[in-house]
Write a protein that binds this ligand. Structure first.
Ligand SMILES: Cc1cc2nc3c(=O)[nH]c(=O)nc-3n(C[C@H](O)[C@H](O)[C@H](O)COP(=O)(O)OP(=O)(O)OC[C@H]3O[C@@H](n4cnc5c(N)ncnc54)[C@H](O)[C@@H]3O)c2cc1C
Length: 468
């Protein structure tokens, strides 16, 4: 039981929830975030295309378009301050016949103009010069130079780390199971029995944000899951940009994109389903990806895939982002229905949520001592680096202990992998997992088993120290 009353509790540790936490950590506020998984970035934020979209194709006048527009101005500073791997490679929407060219001219160019996103037409030779692997059926392409790729995990982790450095508290590994309304606020009840009292709640629970909403009797929207399957390849593909298809009336189609750490992503599918947890891949889904992508890059079937995975989009019944106070209680702000562009729009969403909280009565007084930049936490001096733990990827003990001592330390092997790259090599962890488990034990994970993923309860409370 927590006695202190928080100003704001954010529910959900995806890219949206953590972006909001970071933003709120710049003010004199007592804030916390609750995430049911043992780490941040375990939902849609973990499995997406990693593209920073400009919003050129977002519905004009939508909240999504507004958040993407605001984010365009914020990303350059964010990538620097938060040390997010980022490549401003640009994207092209490829027309493979005159009909597709006409769709671009009649629909996408005016749409981009309405949203203030810069686009320009490239002729066939310009497209092939920059992207020789593109189909020779190409008649031209819409260039969207502002599109970029980034690492979604670092974005989410860095948002959370900066917030923790500024004093935010994280409750990981125990989901919210109920919310009671109390005088001037709420009591948030976690699976493990803990209760957090707070004046305001932000609902950023992704595909479960409708469940969270119902905890206070708000049934104003529903969220349904839409799966997207991907293929990851490390083959050389002779493209330098994100290659987008012209969407049809039925589907947005599948794209081919460079990945910020190397390799290329093919996908995703768009499959409506009932199950919010089903992230399985299927032969049909992978075939759909290949059929879509070969229209853009004819060689795709020749490439070996190193991994196939799927993510779940949160499709909202309202058709747009839901960022507003609940009809049931104005101190409960939704940041829900963030379907396809939440990584790109996260800086703008955080701004809008802060404004909504302020309109609902929360005082936002700037904390002039708050950090806006992630410090360089790794001391790579020889004595700190130590033995090599992951032989395949040459990851040292120092790199793993550095992750363990960071503001948001891992509690699972997967968490170590995502922060350091250990276990990702050829042996897939066969050699290094036992040593990683030992290091996790050294850092106080006193359970007999350290999970690969799974649930671990932890509280991280920092200004100056951590408790778990
Ligand atoms: C296939 C695919 C491709 C995409 N491509 C892109 C792209 O290229 N660019 C882009 O900008 N966007 C893309 N997106 C969209 C983007 O990934 C999402 O919009 C974004 O990740 C949503 O973030 P979120 O924080 O709202 O949700 P999530 O990341 O799902 O986070 C919600 C969190 O809430 C937690 N939670 C749920 N219930 C509870 C509870 N009861 N208690 C506590 N915590 C709870 C979950 O565990 C989860 O971690 C893509 C999405 C998919 C699926």
């Amino acid at each position: 039981m927590q006695n202190e009353i928080k100003d704001v509790v954010v529910i959900g540790g995806g890219v949206v929830g953590t972006a909001i936490l970071r933003k709120l950590s710049l003010y004199h506020l007592s804030i916390a975030l609750v995430e049911k998984q043992p780490d941040v970035c375990e939902g849609a934020s973990k499995a997406n295309s990693g593209i920073i979209h400009t919003g050129f194709d977002a519905p004009p006048n939508s909240l999504e378009a507004e958040c993407l527009k605001r984010s365009r101005d914020l990303w350059p500073d964010y990538t620097e301050q938060l040390k997010i791997p980022y490549i401003p490679c640009g994207a092209i929407m490829v027309a493979t016949n005159e009909e597709e060219k006409e769709i671009i001219e009649k629909k996408y160019i005016p749409n981009a103009e309405a949203n203030g996103a810069h686009v320009e037409w490239l002729d066939r030779d310009e497209v092939l010069e920059m992207n020789p692997a593109v189909t020779d059926k190409v008649v031209g392409a819409l260039s969207i130079p502002g599109e970029a790729i980034c690492d979604p995990f670092t974005a989410t982790r860095s948002y959370a780390e900066l917030a923790v450095i500024n004093g935010a508290e994280l409750f990981l590994g125990s989901g919210v199971i109920d919310i009671k309304e109390i005088e001037n606020g709420f009591s948030v009840i976690l699976e493990d029995g803990r209760e957090i009292n707070t004046k305001y709640i932000v609902n950023a629970a992704g595909v479960y944000s409708d469940h969270i909403s119902r905890m206070i009797g708000d049934t104003s929207f529903t969220i349904s899951p839409r799966k997207g399957q991907f293929i990851l390849t490390e083959e050389e593909i002779d493209i330098s940009q994100i290659i987008l298809p012209v969407p049809t009336a039925k589907s947005k189609g599948t794209l081919v994109s460079p990945v910020v750490f190397g390799g290329f992503l093919l996908g995703p599918t768009a499959e409506d389903q009932q199950d919010k947890e089903d992230k399985s891949t299927s032969t049909e889904g992978i075939e759909q990806v290949l059929t879509g992508c070969e229209k853009l890059i004819p060689q795709v079937r020749e490439y070996d895939s190193i991994r196939q995975f799927a993510g779940i989009r949160a499709v909202c019944s309202t058709g747009d982002y839901v960022i507003r106070p609940s009809e049931k209680n104005k101190q409960f702000i939704h940041a829900a229905g963030i379907r396809s562009t939440g990584l790109s729009a996260s800086p703008g969403i955080a701004e809008v949520v802060a404004e909504q909280l302020q309109s609902a009565g929360l005082e936002l007084e700037k904390d002039h001592d708050a950090k806006i930049e992630i410090p360089n936490l790794f001391d790579d001096s020889e004595e700190n680096v130590g033995e090599i733990i992951c032989l395949c990827r040459t990851i040292t003990r120092g790199e793993i202990t550095n992750a363990m001592e960071g503001p948001v330390p891992p509690t699972t092997i997967d968490g170590v992998k995502r922060r350091t790259g250990a276990t990702l090599g050829e042996c897939q962890g066969n050699c290094c997992i036992p040593k990683i488990v030992d290091i996790l034990h050294e850092y106080g994970l006193d359970d007999h088993k350290v999970p690969l993923k799974g649930i671990q309860h932890s509280t991280i409370a920092v200004k100056g120290g951590q408790q778990r």
